[in-house]
Ligand binder design. Structure first.
Ligand code: ATP
Ligand code: LTN
Length: 336
């Protein structure tokens, strides 16, 4: 199939800290799967990250680390476009236009905004409020068909569709209407915290025992799994409501080993948590080992990473400019 006939995929991850097992199982794991059949564009969204205060040297480091992790998780820069959001000015430019086609009320309803503004009461900035509009610009610039993300992003995808439909309605077809591509329930759609299995695993959790980082050393991973919160009833079965901790661990074990949850339940039937928790830890150590080692090697080769993001930005810029030119013409800006 020629590139023109293929559908387009776009996704992004914020370099707002270190990536977790939740980011991997919920989103990044799916990125390379689609590389052969689709035109894929993957971005490190540094402009989104500054909606929360960042330490500049750490942001620079995390941006390269996320790029290296994209490659370590199987993305091939020869097949997919990999780039850094701030390197392609069309993202900020389209976001401005789309701000004027997004209603204050719609943006106010976003739960991520409500959560983050409650968490960062000293810095409820306008960027945090219009975060989903920049995300809509990211997606719409590439005439994206599919957006692989975790389920927590579904509200932002719906808003993107609403903005695109509104713009198309006013000016005739301009944007492809994208769809979210979510893992199925129980297949990583929502990986829960190890210390509080009622909450999602998040890299910005204050308790570091709640999350597994892709770069955690094996002994750290083992320690965190041994401490994982379960319950007092020693039965290893899937029951997300009654046994959220055990169910989360079973899901992680199944995903890490490629087994089904039913196979995992059989394997641990009659066994205790003392045996189960380290087994999950070992499976995750083996899943993450090649990713961590490849990331460490790539981070030593800054010239290679620079080549990847420079070439990626050139290709992304070409595609993004085409859409932006069309938008500028339609809204009535004088051509340059
Ligand atoms: P933060 O904690 O800083 O808000 P985050 O850990 O939620 O960030 P993002 O960078 O916002 O991470 O998300 C990157 C991708 O990972 C998104 O597609 C998101 O849906 C997915 N994701 C994040 N956490 C999880 C989780 N616990 N389970 C499944 N998917 C997740
Ligand atoms: N909001 C997303 C990150 C993100 C994104 C995007 C995801 C920014 N722009 C475009 C998909 C497509 C998040 O994961 N928190």
């Amino acid at each position: 199939m020629s590139d023109k006939q293929k559908k387009t995929i776009f996704s992004g991850v914020q370099p707002s800290g270190k990536l977790t097992l939740g980011n991997y199982l919920g989103a990044i794991r799916n990125f390379p799967i689609l590389q052969e059949e689709y035109n894929c564009v993957y971005c490190v969204v540094d402009m989104h990250a500054i909606t929360v205060r960042q330490d500049p040297p750490s942001l620079r480091r995390s941006t390269l680390e996320v790029l290296a992790q994209y490659i370590a998780c199987g993305l091939d820069p020869e097949k997919s476009i990999l780039f850094i959001q701030s390197h392609v000015p069309a993202h900020a430019e389209l976001a401005w236009v789309l701000n004027c086609y997004t209603m204050f009320g719609e943006a106010s309803r976003m739960t991520q905004f409500k959560d983050k503004s409650a968490k960062h009461t000293d810095n409820v900035n306008v960027g945090l409020f219009s975060y989903p509009v920049l995300m809509a610009a990211d997606i719409l610039l590439y005439q994206t068909d599919l957006v692989p993300v975790g389920v927590d992003q579904s509200q932002h995808i719906e808003l993107t569709r609403d903005i695109a439909n509104r713009f198309n309605g006013v000016y005739s077809d301009t944007f492809t209407i994208p769809e979210g591509y979510y893992p199925k329930a129980g297949e990583g759609a929502k990986v829960m915290s190890l210390s509080d299995p009622e909450r999602k695993m998040s890299k910005s959790d204050e308790n570091e025992n709640g999350y597994i980082l892709l770069m955690d050393q094996p002994e750290v991973i083992m320690r965190k799994f041994k401490r994982a919160v379960t319950d007092s009833e020693a039965r290893i079965v899937m029951d997300p409501v009654g046994k959220p901790g055990v169910s989360n661990l079973l899901q992680i074990y199944a995903l890490a080993t490629g087994k089904t949850v039913a196979e995992a339940e059989n394997e641990f039937a009659g066994k205790g948590y003392g045996e189960f928790k380290p087994a999950v830890g070992e499976a995750v150590v083996e899943l993450l080992r090649p990713i961590r080692e490849t990331t460490e090697d790539l981070l030593k080769n800054k010239d290679y990473l620079e080549k990847v993001y420079t070439e990626g930005a050139q290709k992304a810029n070409y595609l993004a400019r085409k859409t932006l030119d069309k938008v500028y013409r339609k809204v009535g800006f004088v051509a340059r």
